[in-house]
Every structure is written in C-alpha cells, then in structure tokens.
Design a protein around this ligand. Structure first.
Ligand code: PBG
Length: 327
C-alpha cells in the first residue's frame, strides 16, 4: 500500500496544515431584528437566543458583537400592523424607525458593513413581497418603483449594501438605476439571487410578524426542485449590476452554492436561514447534538460549497467560541 491518506490526518498539526477550507469571523454577516421603542429585548420563541431589539439595546448588541470581531450586520424591521398598507409606504417614510436606526448605527460604528432588506413584506398589509391586486395576483412591475423608493431611502439612511429579497423580475437593474440617478454609486447590491420558496423561513416570519395574509410565495420565490433556473437568475443579476449573488436557504441548497461559485466570478453568499438555526439549536438544547461541534461544521459546509460570506444567526456564538479558542 503506497497511498495511506491517514498519514495526513495523523496529528493536529498536519491536519491543520493541509486543511482546505477555513472559516473566519470576517466571513459572517450577523442578522439583527429590531422594532420601534425603548429598552426592548424580546425573545423569539422559535429562534432561541435571538432577540428583537429597540435601537438602544440594539446598539449594545452591536457593540458586543464588534468586540468579538464581527464587522458585518444585516438589519430587519418588525413594523406595527397600524403602519402597514398595500403599497408599503412606511418603508420609505422619512420618520421610519428602521432608517433612523441605520443612520445612528453607522454614526456610532462607521467601520462596520450594514446591510438592509429590500422587500415589501415587513411593511405590506398583505404580507407579500410584491404588490397584491384585488384578485390576489402579485404584480411585478407595480412593485419595482416601490422597491426603488425603498432603496434610495435606505441609501440615504446610510446602509452600505442593499439586499433585495423579494424575487421580483428586474429588480436589481431597476434599483441600480435609481441608486445611480440619486448619486449613490457606491452603495452595493447583494441580490437574493436564488431564493427558494422554502419552509425554513418560519421562525423569521414569527420574528417580524411578516407571514403572508393569504396564499404563499411560490409565484415569485423559486421551486426547491430547480437548479438550472438558479443559473438564469444569476446571469440576470450579474448583468443588472449585482455586487454579490446570494443563495437562500443554504443547508438544503449547497449544490446551488457550489454551482454559482463555479460559474460566476462575483462573490457568492449563503443565507443560513432561521429554520436551519432553529433546528440545530433545538437538537443541541435537547442534548442530541454537540453545539460546539455541530454548529461550526454546518457553517464550514457552506464555505466549502463555495460561499464567501454567510448570513447566520450563529455569528455571535461562533465569534465568541473562536475568541475562546474552542472552534
Ligand atoms: C423577506 C425575507 C425573508 C427572509 C429574509 N428576508 C422571509 C420570506 O421571504 O418570507 C428569511 C430569512 C430567514 O428565514 O432567516 N423578504
């Protein structure tokens, strides 16, 4: 036997020397939920250890995360039902607490990357990512100008990167044109390129109260059975000026992450979504899996598949365990 692969696994030093993929805290983007008000830190039952913050408590959470080495964040708003309407008008109102929070966060932490979510659902009385007509149809081209206004308002507020998560056709190009026209040529777009109509978004919708009031999202989010379609979406987004291509969810879609990495030269990101977090946390809380081992293994699989960046609710735990030298 000339070949004995076990020789390269014999000691920790050799294993580390030949390790092909490494995960860094710098690869992680930490999602944060917020609502209007003061001194709020509300637990989200389906997302253990994740909270909904008001701006004051959110700034503390960001400060702690920054001390652990996290530099990238994505912010999501939970909007009171009384502010929701058919056209998501609160999303671009100048007194919007989410926009004001972004300005304050960037003032306090100018060096961090702060990303937004561009979609109608948190602000829509229908709970959909697009405009819903009287027959329940989601109208693509009526939605685009709303996304355009939302994008310019977010850029004005100081977000560094905008994250269109709605899957309307043509939104990246539309947003790029609106941003450029308003002078925001340096504001980036991380497109939710291949966003699937997944069952794994449940806890996120609990956190924001943003579940659709009727129907589902299958006429705009992708069919989980499809792979080639992700290539077409990616080609469109790249041509329309996206700066990053995202695959979402991540764990059930590692083949899609890999395929986009092989076929495009833009950075690829993966969204390790709320349901993926919830199921791992639940198993660990029950003592069925070891958190310190299972969690980094899950994140590493996404990096190995081809993700440059990972949006993950595990970010703070990973950063803490890394600082303690445990992972
Ligand atoms: C909203 C949006 C969703 C997520 C991110 N942005 C939910 C949805 O499309 O219904 C899900 C994130 C997660 O589950 O962690 N457009």
């Amino acid at each position: 036997m000339y070949s004995r692969p076990r020789r390269n696994r014999a000691t920790a030093a050799i294993r580390s020397m030949v390790q092909e993929t490494r995960l860094d805290v710098a690869n992680l983007i930490y999602p944060l939920f917020m609502e209007d008000g003061k001194n709020i830190k509300t637990a989200i039952p389906s997302l253990p250890d994740i909270y909904r913050y008001s701006l004051d408590t959110l700034l503390k959470e960001i400060e702690e995360s920054v001390e652990l080495g996290i530099e990238s964040f994505v912010l999501f708003p939970a909007v009171d039902d009384s502010l929701k309407d058919k056209i998501a008008s609160y999303s671009y109102r100048s007194d919007n607490f989410y926009l004001k929070a972004a300005t304050e966060i960037k003032k306090r932490f100018p060096h961090i990357m702060l990303m937004s979510d561009v979609a109608m659902d948190p602000y829509s009385s229908d709970g959909h990512d697009g405009f819903v007509d009287e027959n329940g149809k989601i109208l693509n081209d009526v939605t685009l100008p709303i996304l355009g206004k939302m994008s310019v308002a977010q850029a004005e507020a100081g977000f560094d990167i905008l994250g269109p998560s709605d899957m309307m056709d043509g939104r990246v190009g539309f947003m790029r044109a609106q941003l450029d026209e308003a002078g925001f040529i340096d504001v980036g777009i991380m497109s939710y390129t291949a966003k699937y109509a997944s069952a794994y978004y449940g806890p996120f919708r609990d956190a924001l109260g943003s579940a659709p009031k009727s129907g589902d999202k299958k006429t705009y989010q992708m069919n989980p059975a499809n792979k080639m379609e992700a290539l077409r979406q990616a080609a469109m987004d790249a041509a329309e000026g996206a700066d990053f291509l995202m695959v979402k969810p991540a764990l059930c879609y590692l083949d899609i992450i890999h395929m986009l990495k092989e076929n495009f030269d833009l950075p690829i990101t993966a969204y390790n979504v709320s349901g993926e977090y919830a199921m791992l946390k639940a198993a660990c809380q029950n003592g069925w899996l070891n958190y310190e081992q299972a969690m980094p293994e899950m994140l590493l699989s996404m990096k190995r598949a081809g993700a440059d960046g990972i949006l993950t609710y595990f970010a703070k735990d990973f950063a803490r365990l890394r600082k303690e030298g445990i992972v």
